[in-house]
Design a protein around this ligand. Sequence first.
Ligand SMILES: [Mn+2]
Length: 304
Amino acid sequence: MDEKIASPAITVNTPSRNYLGLEEEYSSFKKAKAVIMQAPYDRTTTYIHGAANGPEAILEASRYMERFDDELNQETFKMGIHTMDPLAIKDLSSEAMVDKIYAQTLELLKANKFPVILGGEHSVTIGAVKAFKENYSNLSVLQLDAHNDMRDIYFGSKLNHGCVARRISEICPIVQIGTRSMSKEEKDYLSTDVGSKVKTVSVYDILEQPMWKDSVSNSLGDSVYITIDLDVFDPALVPATGTPEPGGLGWYEALSLLKEVAKDKKVVGFDVVELCPIKGSIRSDFLAAKLIYRLLGYVFPAKK
Ligand SMILES: [Mn+2]
């Protein structure tokens, strides 16, 4: 294994770089159930760069959130949430970056932690899914995204952020939610025998089929990794993404889906990617920080 990969057991963090600014009691690696991995990478981003600044903006916003979850009536942070120092991946090739995230995710799974990965661009998900698949043979991936990301190669790379779902579909089943932008190549691929195994619930399906959520759980395996590209949300809610698309999911719409999936399935980890912070506009950072907390609460309901 690459010796440069820091053991999570020895990572240190200062309160300002720590999700929710949690004290040692709730943020030490040893006691934490969930571990936040910062993956600041945006080398293959195609339009606006800046996703590498996403993890830091999410952590900063999280410090101003209430620690009490008023929907769930619980203090989710008491499960223990550790924040690792950012991975040193900024200047790596996509291949080396994917390898590093794969190795680091494996380490967390071996340590029996629940990984939460903060992008960074969407290609960071590929290494994580490879690691999860080794631990969960019945893994499937739930992708929330404005884009299908089904290109085989984009800008000369198979690991471009526009190819992430295609790579995941080569590892395990994948269900896509909220899509509303694709190329003709992707449309044609999704119509092939192989491609049609990908379950796609576009915004048009959501608009036309009131019961769309039921089909999602039925299409997923028992163990589910969730990857949330923040551009799945209406850009009015989340303007800070590199490739915003008009329309998209609302806050409560996304939450009710996540709540249902967390109830029906074993959610084994998740990522939140593609936040591309805008100076002076914090609503996207705040939504991302709160989304992570709410989803952790859905996955780890406090014992009543
Ligand atoms: Mn996207």
